[in-house]
Design a binder for this molecule. Structure first.
Ligand SMILES: NC(=O)c1ccc[n+]([C@@H]2O[C@H](COP(=O)([O-])OP(=O)(O)OC[C@H]3O[C@@H](n4cnc5c(N)ncnc54)[C@H](OP(=O)(O)O)[C@@H]3O)[C@@H](O)[C@H]2O)c1
Length: 340
């Protein structure tokens, strides 16, 4: 079987398409033919081993993980004798980040505990866009942000993978959502449910006098004191991503800045799990959430897809297609308004 292998740290050019062994499943394993995957920031962090502190976990001199790819959608091809939840032919999706990655390959061997039945109304490409970004948005809003109906929620970096899910998931919880994007993404943010939009190239939301119950920072940068200032009393600032400066400020300054004033900060490291992905699956099947896909790349062009994401201006998710069905362009036009 073919796999994209990275044996040293470097740019996406170090990825090599290689022929590797395809073995029979162990007793507790499921073999899935991968139809589609998608790219997340984790891929280029692992690929480059950057920031350097990252290598404490990913391998000091060379990467421990040799086949990247967390998001996956595909069809079960074979199952080990102790597998009870799936059968050959089942359509599944999942997040492999907690079990060593590996989706940038024609087949994966995984435990049934990381797989969820693919939403009926989604293609493989759409399903592969979901797991990491949507579960990150869910855990940021619900677990760290304690989101409640009627709250005013602001999403900074609302037009990327995490942000597009965050807008829709926050709406599904009954929040009044403000999305911060650049000019070209304002329409898309409204289309997927944002009640208010702010163009970050025209307006600094931390200076406009508005206050929010919950701010989810998915991308961009503002000083941590500015985020705190933009929260209502009792408000929560959740950091899921953004510039390196933002992440370091949140880690090292955050506990001091938020020590007073009755507001809180939560730093999220998303934890892949089947229960949360199943929760997201229900939102997808009910039409309350749809994946927003910027582009689909063929498997052989995965390095190009990673470069595109790394440039920082993807509009939604970047999908890798292993089994080509001809879907190439943006997908967000089929939102069912009646279900919003
Ligand atoms: N905590 C976790 O466990 C976890 C899990 C997954 C991801 N993450 C992190 O979450 C972050 C977001 O991931 P992602 O997949 O959504 O990233 P992404 O898809 O690469 O985000 C790209 C989007 O960010 C927008 N953006 C860029 N600069 C901005 C700015 N200054 N203000 C507002 N928006 C801006 C871009 O819009 P324009 O083109 O319009 O500028 C683009 O739509 C990353 O830092 C990633 O590392 C964390």
């Amino acid at each position: 079987m073919k796999a994209l292998v990275n044996t040293k740290y470097g740019s996406p050019d170090v990825l090599q398409l290689k022929e590797i062994e395809k073995r029979e499943p162990r007793d507790t394993e499921v073999v899935v033919k991968v139809h589609a995957s998608s790219v997340n920031a984790a891929e280029w962090h692992y690929l480059r081993g950057m920031p350097l502190v990252f290598r404490l976990a990913s391998g000091l001199l060379e990467p421990r993980i040799k086949i990247l790819g967390a998001d996956m959608a595909g069809r079960v091809e074979a199952v080990g004798k102790n597998v009870t939840l799936f059968r050959p032919g089942d359509e599944v999706f999942g997040d492999l980040a907690g079990v060593g990655f590996g989706a940038f390959a024609e087949y994966i061997h995984v435990s049934e505990n990381v797989l969820v039945t693919k939403p009926k109304n989604l293609s493989f490409e759409e399903a592969a866009a979901v797991p990491v970004a949507a579960v990150t948005a869910l855990q940021g809003l619900r677990d760290k942000g304690q989101i409640r109906s009627g709250q005013k929620v602001l999403i900074n970096g609302a037009s990327g993978g995490v942000g597009t899910f965050a807008i829709q998931i926050a709406k599904s919880f009954g929040a009044e959502v403000t999305a911060v994007t650049s000019t070209r993404n304002l329409g898309m943010a409204r289309h997927i449910g944002a009640d208010h939009v702010i163009d970050y190239s025209q307006e600094d939301f931390t200076q406009n006098g508005q206050r929010y119950d919950l701010i989810l920072a998915a991308n961009g940068y503002h000083p941590i004191s500015a985020y705190k200032h933009s929260l209502r009393p009792g408000g929560i600032y959740v950091v899921t991503g953004g510039s390196t400066a933002q992440m370091f400020e949140a880690m090292f300054l955050g506990p001091w800045v938020f020590m007073t004033g009755g507001k809180k900060q939560g730093n999220l490291t998303a934890k892949p799990n089947k229960k949360d992905l199943s929760f997201v699956k229900e939102l997808l099947e009910s039409g309350k959430v749809v994946p927003v896909i910027d582009r689909c790349y063929p498997f052989s062009e995965t390095p190009e897809a990673i470069r595109y994401l790394e440039a920082g201006h993807a509009q939604g998710k970047i999908v890798i297609v292993m089994v080509d069905r001809g879907q190439k362009e943006k997908v967000f036009t089929h939102i069912d308004e009646s279900k919003k």
